[in-house]
Design a protein around this ligand. Structure first.
Ligand code: DHB
Ligand code: FE
Length: 280
């Protein structure tokens, strides 16, 4: 039986990817942030999963105003790299897990989550920056990946309740897969950030830290936080955090918190990162 062995959350700030790609991680501005991921890189070496289901959002890099799926799942054997802004990062292609992802997509649809099926997909910084933070700069990524893009960039976005429930459905689906695989679920994005407008650069550290506490201890209440609160308290892009709820739903009722890191600033946002493991 496949097992969910851990959950990871992390911000996916594109400038962090640039710092990696341009060899700037030891510069004074970036060093304290990258030091916060040293524990995680070692932990990931010791706990490399067979497959990581990476919940992230596309930033109108591959999708766009024309087509924007609410919840989608890649079922391909390989994913190319794309991006907005700085352009595609020089990172290895992402290797898929077509058999498992096809099974999961079918299971989720049977559980009433009507996933858009992606036979072709290029992934942007929402997915590649977390990979760099967890794995560094290998020639080949050490794990297979199932991309799970979520729309958090255009109205209407899915509710927190729906996100937590999707995570629970992912847990059921993984546990029904008849092969002994270690599977992690990652939720990327956040924390508080607003990248344009009068409040650009907004960072609300107390709100972010409470969100992390609630994600561990009280996701059943956290799921009801309205999108407007994310926007008011955490900035116009803070709603990316609903993707962390999908990861949390996949962990089951109780978790052990393995690691937490919070750092300001990176670009003009707060960086938050957690590792947790299911208790049962
Ligand atoms: C920025 C972009 C993002 O997608 C994000 O999640 C955080 C920061 C940025 O442009 O700084
Ligand atoms: Fe983003």
């Amino acid at each position: 039986m496949a097992r969910i062995t851990a959950g990871v959350t992390t911000s996916h700030v594109p400038a962090v990817g640039m710092a990696v790609d341009l060899g700037k991680t030891q510069e004074p501005y970036w060093k304290p942030m990258f030091e916060g991921y040293e524990f995680s890189k070692q932990w990931m070496k010791d706990n490399t999963p067979d497959v990581a289901i990476i919940v992230y959002n596309d930033h109108a890099s591959y999708f766009g105003m024309e087509i924007m799926p609410t919840f989608a799942m890649g079922i391909a054997d390989k994913y190319g790299i794309c991006d907005e802004g700085y352009g595609p990062r020089p990172v290895p292609d992402v290797v898929g897990a077509p058999e498992l992802s096809t099974f999961l997509a079918a299971s989720l649809i049977m559980q009433d989550f009507d996933m858009t099926i992606l036979n072709v997909l290029d992934v942007d910084h929402g997915l590649t920056v977390p990979m760099s933070l967890m794995f560094g700069t290998p020639d080949k990524w050490p794990t297979k990946v199932i991309p799970l893009p979520v729309n958090v960039v255009m109205n209407p976005q899915p509710s927190g309740e729906r996100c937590l429930a999707l995570g629970k459905a992912i847990r059921k689906a993984v546990q029904a897969y008849d092969e002994d695989l270690s599977v992690q679920v990652w939720g990327t994005g956040g924390m508080s950030h607003q990248i344009q407008g009068a409040r650009a650069g907004l960072v609300n550290a107390p709100w972010d830290k409470q969100f992390m506490d609630d994600l561990v201890n009280d996701p059943e209440t956290l799921q009801y936080k309205p999108h407007l609160e994310y926007m008011i308290e955490a900035g116009s892009e803070g709603v990316e955090l609903i993707m962390w709820l999908i990861m949390r739903g996949a962990m089951g009722d109780k978790v052990d918190e393995v690691y937490r890191f919070y750092h300001v600033p990176a670009s003009n946002t707060a960086v938050g990162h957690m590792i947790m493991t299911p208790k049962e």
